[in-house]
Write a protein of this length. Structure first.
Lengths: 265, 276
């Protein structure tokens, strides 16, 4: 029987039942991939992050209930929260080495943790697919752009909040869908829909902000931006554009701390 | 562990600390059985909080119980809302009381929305005593068979759910339903066949329309399966396996109009959650 520490952390929020939950398991050494996947399935969270401490930093990997994934912002933030708050880590910067996207840095400033991610561009879409509007339940948009995901720009926060999209029907679009607008009390707000994924609406999405920050930075003529993802759980992000990088800051809150008892199988 | 932080957590009056267990019911092997989250509460919290906790855990069921002089009150929540009965989470709760909370007697009585439920301990095996559910022959809707990808069956019956009897275990294991084709909220179905070796019968359970599609191990389905197989095999004690991907084992007994279902359980995780 192997004992493994377990944390369930709400990333990008400091409120109860807010933010985006991620399971985090610090490991002494790597376990077989099939064990990591079975653990992630047992936890049944959108992502379980596993990390192993090395001489120079931490190796970090992310699993959904289906497979290992390339990159996950909120589970990286959650892992950093665990290291800073609960593992006697004295420094203000963590370097995670990852398998698919190189080194990821997270810095701490008080309660706020900041991810340093590459900025992503997106291009205007002249003739957006009718299915995009019909599944969102809207007649049109201020602007539609596409990069890794679709970005649909609406007029105001309320229009983003009231959407009740048919997310399953978005499958033929072949992309995730981010909807954004200027915020009432924030520089911009957004929501993020993931057709075909276990969690149809992602509560708070770091990666979408890689695309949102450059866009709104140019639109609003400023590099520091306050953002809110207005999903039902909701989350707050302090954003900054820095050349070809984006800084995405968030708080995190521990929901659950426990011990996993791993029997040999 | 940062000690200062730890002290802060415990003295912060706005923060309530609640014990949390994740228990695999109906199995003693790793990553098998049916997982349930269990939270012992000092007193009942608002229903909305219980639902949000359940959604946060994102397990098929979270069981909450309050133990006081009058007895033990037990409630079950799915991510959709409160449910009136859940066998595997009851077994898991009894496991926590017996093994983690030093419950002294071999019998636990739970007061629930479905009346009093008793769990009895015999070594590693915990026994649920539930009402038997009779089934009647009935013709299944063709769209259900199509969704299940089943062309032929030995027998079809209906009680609290559909009961489809197939030829053998291989046929049960081979069933690959097109879950999207099944009508939400309808057609809960237990697929069963005579077992081989130590098993008297095997089964799988599909429940479209709720958050989980194939249930790993299903107590409620066995309230139908036990009377059926007991008559078919002319014996009252039966050993069953649910042949889902996770899998689980049940010792079964028919006793008049009651069924006894026994299973083992094991602890996957134990911890504390912090309610702000």
């Amino acid at each position: 029987m192997k004992e493994i520490a377990f944390y369930l952390v709400d990333a990008f929020s400091d409120r109860a039942f807010g933010g985006n939950p991620a399971a985090v398991c610090p490991l002494e050494e790597w376990l077989p991939d099939d064990v990591l996947l079975k653990m992630a399935q047992q936890h049944n969270q959108s992502e379980t992050a596993f990390f192993v401490r090395t001489d120079t930093g931490f190796e970090l990997r992310w699993f959904t209930t289906q497979y290992e994934i390339n990159l996950c912002g909120h589970a990286t933030l959650a892992s950093a929260h665990v290291i800073f708050e609960y593992l006697d880590y004295p420094h203000t910067e963590i370097v995670f080495s990852t398998r698919f996207v190189g080194d990821l840095k997270v810095t701490r400033s008080g309660d706020w943790l900041t991810l340093n991610f590459p900025a992503w561009g997106c291009e205007a879409v002249e003739n957006p697919p009718a299915l995009l509007f019909s599944t969102l339940g809207i007649n049109g948009a201020q602007e539609v752009r596409a990069g890794r995901d679709y970005m649909v720009v609406l007029e105001n926060q309320q229009q983003v909040e009231v959407l009740t999209p048919d997310i399953d029907a978005m499958m033929p679009l072949g992309k995730m869908v981010c909807v954004t607008a200027p915020g009432d009390e924030h520089d911009f707000v957004s929501r993020f829909f993931c057709p075909g994924e276990g969690v149809a609406e992602d509560p708070v999405t770091g990666s979408a902000h890689s695309m949102l920050i450059p866009y709104w930075s140019e639109k609003l003529g400023k590099t520091a931006l306050q953002a809110r993802q207005v999903s039902p759980r909701g989350g707050e992000l302090r954003c900054e554009l820095k050349g070809d990088r984006v800084l995405i800051g968030g708080q995190a809150a521990l929901y659950l701390k426990g011990t996993v008892y791993l029997r040999s199988h | 562990m940062n000690i200062e932080r730890n002290i802060m957590l415990t003295v912060d009056k706005r923060m309530q600390e609640i014990a949390f267990y994740l228990v695999d019911a109906f199995s003693d092997a790793a990553f098998s059985g049916n997982p349930a989250a269990i939270c012992p509460l000092p007193a009942w919290l608002p229903d909305e909080t219980l639902l949000r906790m359940t959604q946060q855990h994102n397990q098929s069921e979270t069981a909450f119980f309050v133990r006081d002089k009058a007895g033990i009150e037990l409630r079950w929540f799915t991510t959709q809302g409160e449910v009136n009965l859940c066998g595997h989470a009851t077994l898991a709760t009894a496991w926590v009381l017996f093994n983690e909370m030093g419950y002294p007697d071999p019998h636990i009585h739970f007061e629930t929305a479905s009346g009093r439920l008793t769990v009895t301990r015999d070594g590693d095996w915990l026994t649920l005593d539930f009402p038997a559910c009779p089934t009647e022959p009935q013709t299944p809707p063709p769209e259900m068979l199509r969704a299940l990808g089943i062309q032929t069956y030995v027998e079809a019956r209906k009680g609290r759910a559909w009961l489809l009897v197939l030829e053998n275990r291989q046929q049960v294991e081979a069933v690959k339903p097109d879950i999207n084709a099944m009508t939400p909220g309808e057609h809960k179905v237990s697929i069963t066949a005579r077992g081989e070796g130590e098993y008297d019968f095997v089964s799988r359970f599909f429940s479209p329309g709720v958050a989980l599609w194939e249930d790993p191990v299903t107590g409620s389905a066995h309230t139908m399966l036990i009377p059926y197989w007991s008559e078919k095999l002319a014996k009252t004690s039966l050993f069953a396996r649910q042949v889902s991907a996770r899998g689980g084992e049940l010792r079964c007994e028919l006793k008049g109009d009651r069924v006894r279902m026994s299973g083992r359980a094991s602890l996957y995780m134990k911890g504390h959650l912090f309610l702000r």
